[in-house]
Design a protein around this ligand. Structure first.
Ligand code: NAD
Length: 370
């Protein structure tokens, strides 16, 4: 089969990690007789540098013309990069927000999975980790606070900023259905996270989730306040299967969930719309602190490519092959710097059980095991 993949390499470590995902995809293509055609799409800081805006109409059209989009990451150092002196709508992140909206990517999936081999990298105590954890965070991505009206103005001589949090029942229903559909294929539990003791938007969220839950009797549904969820993620992460939540809560909780797995460099993500189309990217950002050093972990991007094969192209066998190759490489003891056992961090040395490798070497090792 032939597939058209839009590729947004982006900024910082983006181009380095995307190159490794393409390497692995090409190996899949070779082994399973598929052809992946890549179209480079400019977005983020690199697009600002090239054409003055973070996302052009041509870039949107190129993304829409693809079967799926694979992305690295966008943005720079928010304290020092000149991109952050621009008006908010011209900054790198504005490109991504616009693309998500244009492509109607309302469902963001972020797995947080603890690899047996990386238990040491997990910052939680062993008795908390227990048998490990495997959760999927389903975050609403095109509504809520990040897309509501905002303004900063003088009110009675005092500078005042307003952000608006809006959700309608249809937006809540479509994401809730996605969450229950996914839970049905997993351990059949949805934890819907809100702030229903304070926010009207959360009270509507809870009501609509209840209505959807009634159509899925085989899936259990519980509601949890967001502050409690933040605590439970570090107290007992094994209790979660699918966490369903709105945009801002999901932004924060999914980063917290990534951290308890030990490395953000391991976690993939998918953003889906109502069709088979999806945008696939690592959960982390552009990591400007390590950009260009050849040390970034490409596994999250490689696993995002596996999600693309599974969700957009229905190539489950091929996705399984990538995931198995990643597990194999970890089992053999290869680690990028972010997932090295703490005592060996930065030594560049091999001890009896682990060997530190760079970005390209990690990509090679995974591709070789496909
Ligand atoms: P970050 O995720 O880029 O970095 C946080 C820490 O994690 C850093 O120490 C970094 O070195 C490390 N890290 C991240 N990915 C890694 C990888 N693959 N391998 C090894 N280590 C990795 O978050 P930040 O520093 O808050 O943000 C930097 C920039 O990224 C900002 O401009 C931010 O807006 C942007 N950002 C972009 C996206 C996206 O493209 N979707 C997401 C989050 C942040």
């Amino acid at each position: 089969m032939e597939y058209r993949i839009g590729v947004i390499s982006g900024d910082g470590i983006g181009p380095e990690i995307v190159a490794e995902a393409k390497k692995v995809l090409d190996k899949i293509g070779e082994k399973y007789q598929h052809r992946f055609h890549y179209t480079e799409i400019l977005m983020g800081g690199c697009s600002i540098d090239a054409v003055g805006v973070p996302l052009t109409e041509e870039a949107i059209a190129a993304a829409k013309a693809s079967d799926a989009v694979l992305m690295g990451s966008i943005g720079g150092n928010t304290a020092t990069s000149p991109w952050y002196k621009l008006a908010p709508e011209l900054r790198p992140e504005a490109g991504l927000l616009k693309l998500r909206k244009e492509l109607n990517l309302f469902a963001n999936l972020r797995p947080a999975y603890l690899y047996e081999e990386l238990k040491e990298a997990c910052p939680l105590r062993e008795d908390i980790i227990g048998d490990g954890f495997d959760m999927m965070i389903m975050r609403e991505l095109t509504g809520g606070l990040y897309f509501g009206e905002r303004k900063t103005e003088m009110v009675d001589g005092v500078m005042t900023a307003v952000d608006t949090l809006v959700y309608n029942e249809n937006e809540i229903r479509r994401i809730a259905k996605r969450a229950f559909d996914i839970a049905k294929k997993r351990r059949k539990k949805v934890t819907s996270v809100d702030k229903a003791n304070v926010l009207d938007s959360s009270r509507l969220w809870r009501k609509v989730v209840e209505e959807v839950a009634a159509d899925y009797p085989e899936v259990s549904c519980e509601h949890m306040l967001v502050d409690n969820c933040a605590m439970q993620l570090v107290k007992d992460p094994g209790q979660f299967d699918v966490i369903l939540t709105e945009n801002m809560f999901g932004d924060i909780l999914s980063d917290e969930a990534s951290m308890v797995t030990g490395s953000i460099g391991m976690l993939s993500s998918a953003s889906l719309n109502d069709t088979k189309f999806g945008l696939y990217e690592p959960s982390g950002g552009s990591a400007p602190d390590i950009a260009g050093l050849g040390v970034a972990n490409p596994i999250a991007t490689i696993l995002s490519a596996a999600m693309m094969l599974r969700f957009s192209f229905d190539l489950d066998k091929e996705a399984d092959a990538i995931e198995a190759a990643v597990k194999q490489v970890l089992k053999e003891g290869y680690r990028t710097i972010d997932i090295m056992p703490r005592g060996d961090l930065g030594t560049g040395a091999a001890n009896a059980s682990v060997t530190q490798v760079g970005t390209a070497e990690m990509g090679d090792l995974i591709a070789e095991r496909i």
